[in-house]
Ligand binder design. Structure first.
Ligand SMILES: NC(=O)c1ccc[n+]([C@@H]2O[C@H](COP(=O)([O-])OP(=O)(O)OC[C@H]3O[C@@H](n4cnc5c(N)ncnc54)[C@H](O)[C@@H]3O)[C@@H](O)[C@H]2O)c1
Ligand SMILES: O=C(O)C[C@H](O)C(=O)O
Length: 306
């Protein structure tokens, strides 16, 4: 199993590290445009191999796509991150050009690959990757919902004063400060609805904290987060590589599902060896459907800027 990660920055390196530590891939190629940067990150990570007990071989290359040839899975993290006070959508001007050229170069050398898009604004970048590569819809996956759901569970556990392993929850919709839809109605503590444990006001606070999860960290760090994003990407890569058939919310091209067309937005999918093996259509309430529509309208506005 060969995995390429483009962008050896904060998220790309974190993602490569988690993939290696989980030890399911034979090879991870890190590629960056900055001379020597990916080589350095790869060497540093490889020097953790004997300490962390993995055999995955990590190599770094400067913009040489021939080294990425025949990758089973390619992850795109190249592009600029936001700074405090910015929205993800403001990154489109620079990141669209990067994602377009990177996705085309990757497909040229790995025509059968499955593409995972991470660069922001992610839903629009996943849509752009479709336009740039023409890959079938099951082979382009935008990562956002897996991260947002992890943050939702973190906030739920905090509010419930429960261990995170006790809680379950999912976030669908666009990966943006306003477009995320934490499905509080379906969140549970060991199958018991969380509304049994906390007030509706507290649950509303959990929802709002989840939606601004990325912005909160960006304010604290001065740039956007990387540990949880890297871990979330590694989860998707592992689900595909190990044919786990795990369900994650991912940004995927909708063709009639959820009553939408020609848009990439977060919905639950089953991930396995073929990439997106199924889009799961869950029954939404009228209010959730309205939220989803609003979220999609916002994503479309950004897509129109392409
Ligand atoms: N979807 C998500 O949930 C999620 C989560 C976190 C970050 N992100 C996004 O991921 C992107 C990367 O974030 P980061 O914190 O790792 O940024 P970073 O600046 O640390 O790393 C980005 C790397 O991309 C490289 N790069 C730029 N153009 C390139 C090109 N054409 N080819 C190859 N490499 C190139 C840069 O040299 C840099 O090393 C940002 O757009 C950020 O908003 C998305
Ligand atoms: O918040 C960001 O800009 C980065 C990423 O999308 C995140 O949610 O951490």
């Amino acid at each position: 199993m060969k995995v390429t990660v483009v962008g050896a920055g904060a998220v790309g390196a974190s993602c490569a590290e988690y993939i290696a530590i989980k030890d399911f891939a034979s090879e991870v190629v890190l590629l960056d445009i900055k001379e020597g940067f990916a080589e350095g990150k790869a060497m540093d990570l490889m020097q953790t191999a004997s300490l962390n007990g993995f055999d995955t071989k990590i190599t770094g290359v400067t913009n040489d796509y021939s080294k990425t040839a025949n990758s089973d899975i390619c992850v795109i993290t190249s592009g600029i991150p936001r700074k405090p006070g910015m929205t993800r959508e403001e990154l489109i001007g620079i990141n669209a050009g990067i994602v377009k050229s990177v996705s085309s170069s990757l497909i040229e050398h790995s025509p059968n690959t499955i593409l995972i898009v991470v660069s922001n604004p992610m839903d629009t970048m996943a849509y752009l990757a479709h336009k740039a590569t023409g890959l079938p819809k099951h082979r382009i996956i935008g990562m956002g919902g897996a991260l947002d759901s992890a943050r939702f569970k973190y906030r739920l556990a905090e509010a419930l004063n429960a261990p995170i392993s006790d809680v379950d929850g999912m976030v669908i919709g666009g990966h943006s400060d306003t477009g995320m839809i934490p499905l509080t109605r379906l969140a549970t503590r060991n199958s018991v609805p969380v509304s049994k444990f906390i007030s509706s006001e507290r649950l509303e606070q959990v929802k709002e904290d989840t939606k601004v999860g990325g912005a909160t960290l960006t304010k604290l760090l001065g740039t956007s987060a990387w540990y949880a994003p890297g871990a979330a990407v590694s989860g998707l890569v592992q689900a595909i590589a190990c044919d786990q058939k795990k369900m994650y919310p991912c940004s995927v091209l909708l063709e009639g599902e959820y009553g939408m067309n020609d848009i990439c937005i977060g919905v639950p999918v089953i991930l396995g060896r073929n990439g997106i093996e199924r889009i799961v259509e869950i029954e939404l309430t009228d209010a959730e459907k309205a939220n989803m529509q609003e979220s999609a309208d916002a994503v479309r506005k950004v897509n129109d800027l392409l």
